[in-house]
Design a protein around this ligand. Structure first.
Ligand code: SF4
Length: 347
């Protein structure tokens, strides 16, 4: 099937051939011939079409650590793909070339995507780089097929989706890295054209059902005050002290051209978060030991990471037997020093 005839999910028909998309909190009202804010759905004669269905801007095998996911199959590779749209307008977007502008895409049907993941011996499929939730129809179909074949489905997302479609999607997802860009509602609303409350609710819902990690890009003068960093840490504590939190360094890109985040800001955030959370990381920067995973009980080095190379010196794997061994990768792995059960999923 090509994308041109693929009717969108989650929309309402209004008068005068107009439609309203209810997939995300933008609730775009889309007149005949127009597209929504994210450019992924278009109204033609009163029917809303998912015009990005199956249209991929990227397809590559990535280290799982690049997502970043540090506690889900560390050291593995995952087939990573993306659509050509996003429902935020972050002026600092690090992938603006494919998220904010229409660019060349290639149609890859769900069956072919799953076959590619299997033939590449990938652990699954990561829907990443841009915003996968605006790819909802393709994401649902591909994730269901991948799930049936025993592959893992991974989201790297901004969390901007309404509760009903999220509920439909979640049973097919195994892990997610969710961006929490700030705890400032006006930052989301004015700068990103987003909705903080929706993102917070998405994080809480996902945490109940599958493995999540959270990323916060620290941008000088915008979301890096001690007060905002502290508020964000407290929210992650509320979600669960075992939730990995990644602070990431901003670099000038797209519409923001001021200098990168100072190392001192990342060090400050890292140390503050370590006082309350089990697992904290600093990314996009060389700060000794902030990429490693330590046991929260005895501080033993569990996982060592350097430039996306991963070694696991401090974890004793939980040995499953019989059918369980064949069908799943174990949780319940233990720290080699103190025996504490880790929260890390390892094959
Ligand atoms: S998914 Fe796109 S079209 Fe639908 S409400 Fe959100 S921004 Fe608008």
């Amino acid at each position: 099937m090509s994308n041109s005839g693929y009717e969108a999910r989650y929309y309402k028909k209004l008068s005068n051939n107009s439609t309203q998309c209810v997939l995300c909190p933008h609730f775009c009202i889309i007149a005949d011939g127009d597209s929504g804010f994210c450019r992924s759905r278009q109204n033609t004669n009163g029917t809303l079409y998912a015009i990005n269905y199956g249209e991929c801007v990227s397809l590559a095998m990535d280290p799982i650590e690049k997502k970043p996911l540090y506690h889900f199959y560390p050291g593995s590779y995952v087939l990573s793909t993306a659509s050509n749209s996003c429902n935020l307008a972050c002026p600092f977007c690090q992938n603006s070339e494919i998220s904010q502008y229409k660019t060349q895409t290639k149609f890859v049907p769900p069956e072919q995507m799953v076959e590619t993941a299997l033939s590449e011996k990938s652990i699954g499929i990561a829907y990443t780089y841009t915003e996968p939730l605006t790819w909802f129809e393709y994401l649902m179909e591909t994730a269901k097929l991948a799930y049936a074949k025993g592959l893992k489905n991974i989201l790297v997302t901004n969390g901007m989706i309404n509760p009903e479609p999220l509920k439909e999607l979640m049973p097919y997802i195994d892990a997610a890295n969710i961006d929490l860009k700030s705890m400032d509602e006006s930052f989301y609303k004015t700068l990103l054209k987003g909705n903080l409350q929706t993102v917070l609710e998405t994080i809480k819902s996902c945490k109940k059902l599958f493995h999540i990690e959270i990323t916060n890009l620290l941008i000088p003068g915008h979301n890096d005050s001690a007060e905002l960093i502290s508020k964000l840490i407290d929210f992650v504590v509320e979600v669960g002290v075992d939730t990995p939190l990644h602070f990431s360094r901003y670099f000038p890109h797209y519409n923001f051209d001021f200098p990168p985040t100072p190392a001192a800001t990342l060090e400050f955030a890292y140390k503050l978060a370590k006082e309350k959370l089990y697992y904290v990381y600093a990314g996009n920067i060389e700060l000794p030991e902030t990429s490693n995973t330590y046991c929260p009980q005895c501080n033993n080095l569990l996982i060592r990471r350097h430039h996306l190379n991963t070694e696991i010196p401090g974890i004793i794997k939980n040995k499953l037997k019989g059918k369980a061994k064949a069908s799943t990768c174990p949780t319940g792995n233990k720290c080699s020093k103190c025996g504490r059960q880790t929260d890390i999923i390892i094959c």
